[in-house]
Ligand binder design. Sequence first.
Ligand SMILES: [Zn+2]
Length: 223
Amino acid sequence: MTIANPPSFGVQQTLPGTRSSLAVMGMLRFSFGTMGSGKSTLALQIHHNLTHGGLKGALCSMLDREGARVSSRLGVSADAVVIDPSTDLRTIAQNDGDPLDYMVCDEAQFYTPEQIEQLAEIVDSMRLDVFAFGLLTDFRGKLFPGTARLLELADQAEVIQCEARCWCGDRATHNARIVDGVQVYEGELMVVDDPEREPEVSYELRCRKHWTSGQGRPDIDLG
Ligand SMILES: [Zn+2]
C-alpha cells in the first residue's frame, strides 16, 4: 500500500477509534501517560466518535473528579458508568442481552487485575473493542497492579505523547504526591486530591530527577 499524501495533523486521522480503525474489531488497547497528558480527553473523544459512528458503547470510570462522569481538565465531560472493585465488567459488556460494541475505560490503573482479565475475556469472547486509559506508575514510582496486568495482556500499549512538563521544563514522567507541601513516597495507594482533606493531598508532575529528589518548584520571591 502506498500513501499518496502523508496524513495531516487532523485529530480524526490520529486517534484510535476513528473510522479507519473501526474495521479492526476486538482489540484491547491501553494508552498510558502521566496526569495532565490528556487521557480523559482522549477517552471522551473516542467515546464521542464511536457513538456518533452508530456504535453502542459504555464509558467507564473509577474515582473520577466528578463522580459518575468522565471529565477532562479541558472542561469537557460525559456521563459514565462508575466501576468499583466488585463490578464484573463482563456484565456491563453483555448489557442485558444487547451486547455493546465497545468499552472505553478511563482511570484503568485503578481496576483490579481480575477486572483487566475480564476486559481481555470480553475482547476474545465477544469481539468488543476496549480502549483503556490510565497512569503507568503511582506516586511511589511503582506500576499500578491494574496497569501491570494491562501491559501484560493488551494487544496494543502506547504512551500518550502530550509533552507534559516538570516545573524545570524537562519532560514529566512521574506523578508526585504532595502532603502539606512535602513530597511523600509512602502511604495508601488510592488517595484522590481533595482540597477539603486534612492534611491536604495534591499531585504534581515531575521529571524523574525531581521526583527522585522531591524538589518542588523553588518559591518565587515577588518582593
Ligand atoms: Zn524537573
